[in-house]
Design a protein around this ligand. Structure first.
Ligand code: ATP
Ligand code: MG
Length: 292
């Protein structure tokens, strides 16, 4: 399957949220990153067919999704950034409800519901009301419903938001396992979510797609640009004026700062191995947002 985003733009009134994005996606995992407001959700909503592009089109194996209609939606699994759960539904009832919306036959879907609830470790919570679930449990239920129709195209908008580190690792492994013949697109602010599993990283900045490359390639380009600098803590602000500064470790009066610089900075600097997190700093000149 080949999914093509062909010169897609989307504006809200006069604000251009997605600006002429083009790319080709084939089976594998794609990590979509970009700061708040970059347009990730807008792009994903268009891919999920809940929002129309203002211009351009999305095609599957050459046919526009506008033409495919229902046949396109049958291929899709979508986890929105915010899922509107009915809090008085139990997890199981919610899954049945989504299965019927997707037109899945009853008997088949019962077995699938059980398997998916097990997969996201909610089997023992299936008879509890969603209103009593924790944030992470709701997220996992959202992931389970996106998988109900065994989608060939899986769109997950911040699937790891609110998951604890152990759950995040489980989700990462799960996505790796199921990716096979599927196209999986996930957005995240946590770069480690995609570092090891993404075939390609898509970087959105102000609605434009500024990169689409394998993580190794992006990392390779950062080689020789990441440094650890040790300076007296009172001089940190000078450093911040000069360079893009990432993590800072304080050790009494001294500070150890991770910075991005094309050449070796002055003073006590050591070259560091680039990490995918550094690209956030490199492209957005700011620290990545972390929720851990
Ligand atoms: N329904 C809407 N009406 C008007 N403007 C909107 C609407 N939805 C999004 N926008 C604007 O479009 C831009 C892109 O928003 P979007 O939600 O796609 O970003 P995002 O990358 O998903 O951000 P986040 O990381 O915060 O989820 C923002 O400037 C936002 O204010
Ligand atoms: Mg978003």
């Amino acid at each position: 399957m080949k999914l093509v985003i062909d010169h897609v733009s989307r504006s809200y009134k006069r604000h251009l949220a997605i600006d002429d994005v083009s790319c080709e996606l084939t089976p594998g995992i794609y990590g979509l990153i970009g700061p708040n407001g970059a347009g990730k959700t807008t792009l994903m909503r268009m891919l999920a067919d809940v929002l129309r592009p203002s211009s351009g089109q999305i095609t599957v194996n050459g046919t526009s999704t506008a033409v495919l209609g229902e046949r396109y939606r049958d291929l899709l699994g979508y986890l929105p950034q915010e899922v509107g759960f009915y809090s008085y539904f139990t997890g199981e009832r919610f899954m049945r409800y989504i299965a019927s919306l997707k037109g899945l036959p009853g008997r088949e879907s019962e077995a699938r519901i059980t398997a998916l609830l097990r997969l996201v470790q909610l089997e023992d919570q299936r008879h509890r009301k969603i209103g009593h679930y924790s944030g992470g449990m709701k997220r996992r239920l959202g992931i389970a419903q996106a998988l109900l129709n065994d989608p060939k195209l899986l769109i997950l908008d911040e699937p790891t938001a609110g998951l604890d580190p152990k759950e995040r690792i489980r989700l990462r492994n799960l996505l790796s396992d199921i990716s096979g013949e599927r196209i999986v697109i996930l957005s995240t602010h946590i770069i480690t979510d995609i570092e090891f599993i993404a075939k390609e990283v898509l970087i959105l900045k102000d609605g434009r797609l500024v990169r689409q490359d394998p993580p190794e390639q992006i990392l390779h380009e950062l080689e020789g640009k990441v440094w650890s600098v040790q300076i007296p803590a009172h001089r940190l602000h000078e450093l911040e004026k000069q360079y893009m500064v990432g993590n800072i470790q304080r050790r009494g009066d001294e500070a150890l700062a991770r910075i991005i610089a094309d050449r070796r900075p002055e003073g006590e600097a050591t070259a560091l191995e680039p990490r995918l997190e550094d690209i956030y700093l490199y492209y957005f000149g700011d620290q990545p947002e972390r929720d851990e």
